[in-house]
Design a protein around this ligand. Structure first.
Ligand SMILES: Cc1cc2nc3c(=O)[nH]c(=O)nc-3n(C[C@H](O)[C@H](O)[C@H](O)COP(=O)(O)OP(=O)(O)OC[C@H]3O[C@@H](n4cnc5c(N)ncnc54)[C@H](O)[C@@H]3O)c2cc1C
Length: 268
C-alpha cells in the first residue's frame, strides 16, 4: 500500500530538520526519512556553527555548546606567517554535533514533524501523475513535494542525475585530542599548504585549553596527511607533541558546490 505525504524529506541532518521546522511554522506537515537508527550518529563534523547564522534561523543551541570562538588564526604553508581574524563578540559556537542534531530533532517533533529513523529511502522517481514515489524497505510513499537533504552521500542525486555530477567530494579525518598545548581557547587555527592538505586545509579547533579537534580533508590518504601534519608541521607539531587521540571521525566534504539546475516538479 502506498502512503500519501504532504512533504517528504530525505535525511534528518541539520538541513532536513531545519527545513522541516521552517515548513511546520508555515503549516506544512513534513515526514523526514533517516537511514540511521539514532539522530546525529555517526557524527562527522567539527561543530563550528556561525552565531549570526543560527540566530537568523531562530535557533538557540541548548546543552550542546562545547566552546565559543571569537576568530581564527590562519597559518601560511611554512608556518612562518600568520593572520589573525578576530572580533570582540563571539563569532561561532563549537557544538557537539550529535547533541545539536538531537536538539533539532526535539524541536522538529515538538512542531509535529514526523521523523522516521531506520528508514533508508532506497529509490525515488517522478510519476506520470505528478507525484514523487519513494521506496523504503518496508513501505512505499508518494508526495507532491520531495526535499533531498541526504548530505554528501549523494545516492539520491545520482539516481536522478546519473553519475555525471560535477560536484567534487574529498575524504576527511578528524581527531578529538587531549593534551594539546599553547591553544587560545577562543581562536580556531587554520593551516594552509598542499603538503598538509591537498585541496583543503587543516584545522585545530580548541574545546578548552587542553582539548581540541584536529581535522583535515584532502585528496589522497587523509591518515597519511594527518600523521605528517601532526609530526612535522613546524607550529602544530609542537602544540600536539603530547596530544592523545580520544576519538576519531571520518567523513566527506563537498569542495565544489554547483551541481547545475536541480529543482523543479516539486523537487528541492
Ligand atoms: C570532518 C568534518 C568536519 C566538519 N566540520 C564542520 C564544521 O565545523 N562546521 C560546519 O558547518 N560543517 C562542517 N562539516 C560539514 C558538515 O558536516 C555538513 O555540511 C553538514 O553535516 C551538512 O548537513 P546536511 O543536513 O546537509 O547533511 P548530513 O548532516 O550529512 O545529514 C544527512 C542525513 O541524511 C541521511 N541520509 C542520507 N541518505 C539517506 C537515504 N537515502 N535515506 C534516508 N536517510 C538518508 C544521513 O544518514 C544523514 O543523517 C564537516 C564535515 C566533516 C566531514
Amino acid at each position: 500500500m502506498t502512503r500519501d505525504l504532504e512533504v517528504a524529506v530525505i535525511g534528518a541532518g541539520p538541513i532536513g530538520l531545519i527545513f522541516s521546522i521552517e515548513l511546520a511554522k508555515q503549516g506544512y506537515l513534513s515526514t523526514v526519512f533517516e537511514e540511521d537508527k539514532t539522530i546525529g550518529r555517526p557524527c562527522h563534523c567539527a561543530g563550528i556553527l556561525s552565531v549570526s547564522g543560527l540566530s537568523r534561523l531562530g535557533i538557540k543551541p541548548k546543552n550542546c555548546v562545547e566552546n565559543r570562538l571569537r576568530g581564527a588564526v590562519i597559518y601560511s604553508p611554512s608556518g612562518e606567517y600568520s593572520i589573525y581574524v578576530k572580533r570582540e563578540e563571539y563569532q561561532a559556537y563549537v557544538v557537539n554535533r550529535e547533541k545539536f542534531d538531537q536538539y533539532l530533532y526535539d524541536v522538529a517533533v515538538s512542531q509535529d514533524v514526523r521523523v522516521l529513523t531506520n528508514s533508508k529511502v532506497l529509490r525515488v522517481r517522478f510519476g506520470n501523475d505528478g507525484f514523487w514515489r519513494l521506496e523504503t524497505r518496508d513501505r512505499n510513499y508518494r508526495s507532491k513535494v520531495l526535499v533531498n537533504a541526504e548530505g554528501a552521500g549523494r545516492n539520491i542525486v545520482k539516481q536522478l542525475l546519473g553519475d555525471n555530477i560535477k560536484q567534487k567530494i574529498i575524504p576527511a579525518l578528524q581527531y578529538d585530542v587531549r593534551g594539546a598545548k599553547d591553544l587560545e581557547v577562543d581562536t580556531t587555527e587554520i593551516y594552509l599548504g598542499s603538503s598538509w592538505s591537498n585541496g583543503f586545509f587543516v584545522w585545530i579547533t580548541p574545546l578548552d585549553d587542553d582539548r581540541a579537534r584536529v581535522g583535515l580533508a584532502t585528496r589522497g590518504n587523509p591518515l597519511e596527511y594527518m600523521k605528517h601534519f601532526m609530526s612535522k608541521h613546524p607550529i602544530a607539531s609542537r602544540k600536539l607533541s603530547r596530544a592523545k587521540i580520544e576519538k576519531t571521525y571520518g567523513g566527506r566534504i563537498i569542495i565544489s558546490g554547483d551541481i547545475g539546475r536541480f529543482s523543479g516538479n516539486g523537487f528541492l
